[in-house]
Design a protein around this ligand. Structure first.
Ligand SMILES: Cc1cc2nc3c(=O)[nH]c(=O)nc-3n(C[C@H](O)[C@H](O)[C@H](O)COP(=O)(O)OP(=O)(O)OC[C@H]3O[C@@H](n4cnc5c(N)ncnc54)[C@H](O)[C@@H]3O)c2cc1C
Length: 509
């Protein structure tokens, strides 16, 4: 029990900011230490000659989880975010020029899937029912709660659910119960990439992503995903949180069973009752904490893929592109093997293009376009040769060629006004992501729930974790849930009462 509790949060990613704000609202004095010059981590923003890019996340799913965060902080989401629903959700381009426009308009979807595979609409409806069941069961029983002991997870009540949720069934095999056509099988499994997983490895449970996209919708805040970061930072500051940028933590100091403080890169020391690490969990064990045993164990776990990124500002508009566009490779399975087994770039890469100005014109100068391209690639692997300069150049040519052949965009290079690119090495060096894995630790069966690295250190009882590589996992909604679960655990273990749910009058924007 602390009388005037203090906390240090290492990292101002979404998880760190949300936890800091929640702790401050519960009465903690909180400082957030961020290595970079601005908050956001994987939700940072890049502005170049009037073109505005979100660095990482572009799809806002499960808006109710976002709304819960604002409510818990005494705010109303609509006072901070102007959310727009994006529908069609994606334009899908297959290698043989077949196209599919995914949409929540089931009549429009029915006509398209029936044209590809007659009779398949019934399969789609059954698939969505399965996704609905997985979504609600997962949220209630596995994702939205802390597991303090193994029997809580593998309880008599939960064990039958593992079968009901098809947690041990491979997603791509399972899709064969609903569709036979390879285009449709790909269209409803590629979303596993958002979790950094191959559909050939992912549990069938993850059909819940497709369900939530088509029913709860895909959303985008005006101003970009970075608006979420800006608004949560301002709410946290209003609760007294102090953000310190350009402040990399070099070491977490420990004494016996407690973490006593942190050492910064300039050698200065800061102490607090509670330390919360939002920096990627495997990196914290390997770089900030003493002892190698747990760090080595974590290194051997499975990691998600990485991504080669292109941020392109162009002085024209390409009407061929929607807000979200996916260009899938012909060799669907082989391309996943190249990423997840070989840790390289497929010979013919699939990729995603985000054109935010379709939804939010302020993302680009008038009459121009802002394009973010994500090419999934293997994570860093010290055991093989990975020439990232060559892979980046190959990814760039492949994207430019495919945009020309599949979307008729054959003059992109003439219109390029601004170009920035990231490789897995940048994810590693800019945000300290272990192995440059863009989505953190993988979500295989053995790495979720109680089996995922816990949100409190097993030895140092006042050292907590929040973010993608702890429970429940990656993606913005999961990270916001992680912030709630970590905060609940801290308050419970520190004997601090949870703040009452009371809304404050709207804050000035
Ligand atoms: C390319 C890409 C696309 C994505 N697309 C989506 C999407 O569309 N929708 C979605 O929901 N999710 C998406 N995600 C996932 C989502 O962005 C992440 O799960 C989420 O942003 C992670 O937040 P976090 O708080 O866990 O970690 P981070 O954002 O990584 O924050 C950790 C912070 O810690 C800081 N830090 C690290 N080391 C130190 C240190 N020593 N000292 C001080 N600070 C330190 C880092 O600089 C960083 O700011 C995407 C991710 C990527 C990379």
């Amino acid at each position: 029990m602390y009388s005037h509790p203090t906390a240090l949060v290492i990292g101002a990613g979404l998880g760190g900011i949300a936890t800091a704000a929640r702790l401050a609202r519960a009465g903690f004095q909180v400082r957030v230490l961020e290595k970079n010059e601005a908050p956001g981590g994987r939700c940072s923003q890049l502005v170049c000659d009037g073109y505005r890019f979100d660095i990482g996340a572009t799809l806002l799913l499960m808006p109710e989880v976002f709304a819960e965060t604002y409510t818990a902080l005494g705010e109303r989401i609509e006072d901070h975010l102007e959310l727009r629903r994006v529908d069609p959700t994606y334009r899908l381009h297959f290698a043989d020029d077949t196209q599919l426009v995914l949409t929540s308009n089931l009549n429009a979807l029915q006509a398209q899937v029936e044209a590809i595979e007659p009779g398949s609409f019934g399969g789609l409806l059954r698939y969505l029912v399965e996704g609905h069941q997985a979504y609600h069961l997962c949220l209630q029983r596995f994702v939205g709660r802390n597991f303090y002991h193994l029997p809580d997870y593998f309880s008599v009540q939960n064990l039958p659910l593992l079968f009901k949720l098809k947690a041990l069934v491979n997603h791509y095999d399972n899709i064969g119960h609903y569709f036979q056509d390879p285009h449709l099988k790909a269209a409803f499994t590629f979303q596993n990439m958002y979790l950094g997983l191959s559909p050939f490895d992912a549990p069938a449970t993850y059909s819940l992503v497709q369900y939530t996209e088509l029913t709860d919708g895909v959303w985008f805040p005006i101003g970009g995903i970075y608006r979420v970061i800006e608004s949560l930072v301002s709410i946290a500051e209003a609760h007294g949180v102090r953000f310190m940028y350009n402040t990399p933590v070099k070491q977490i100091e420990v004494d016996g069973n407690r973490a006593t403080g942190v050492v910064l890169h300039d050698g200065s020391r800061l102490g607090a009752d509670v330390i919360v690490a939002n920096a990627d969990l495997p990196y914290v064990y390997s770089h900030l904490l003493p002892g190698r045993a747990e760090a080595s164990r974590l290194e051997r776990l499975q990691y998600t893929c990485s991504a080669i990124m292109f941020y392109w500002g162009v002085d024209t508009v390409y009407p061929q592109l929607g807000t979200h566009n996916v260009f899938l490779a012909g060799e669907y399975r082989a391309s996943f093997d190249r990423i997840f087994r070989d840790h390289l770039l497929p010979d013919e890469p699939s990729f995603y293009v985000h054109a935010p100005a379709r939804t939010d014109p302020s993302a680009a100068p008038p009459g121009q376009d802002t394009l973010m391209v994500l090419v999934p690639a293997g994570h860093l692997d010290a055991g093989i040769t990975q020439d990232w300069n060559a892979l980046q150049a190959r990814a760039r040519s492949a994207v430019i060629h495919r945009l020309a052949t599949s979307a008729g965009i054959d003059d992109l290079e003439q219109h390029l006004k601004c170009e920035v690119s990231y490789t897995p090495r940048d994810w590693f060096s800019v945000y300290n992501l272990a192995k440059g894995a863009a989505f953190g630790l993988s979500h295989s069966f053995m790495q979720v729930g109680y089996l995922r690295p816990h949100n409190r250190h097993h030895r140092y009882g006042n050292l907590y974790f929040v973010g993608s590589s702890t429970h429940p996992g990656t993606g913005l909604p999961m990270v916001l849930l992680s912030a709630r679960l970590t905060t609940e655990r801290i308050l419970k273990e520190a004997g601090v009462p949870r703040p009452a749910l009371r809304l404050r009058p709207a804050m000035a924007r």
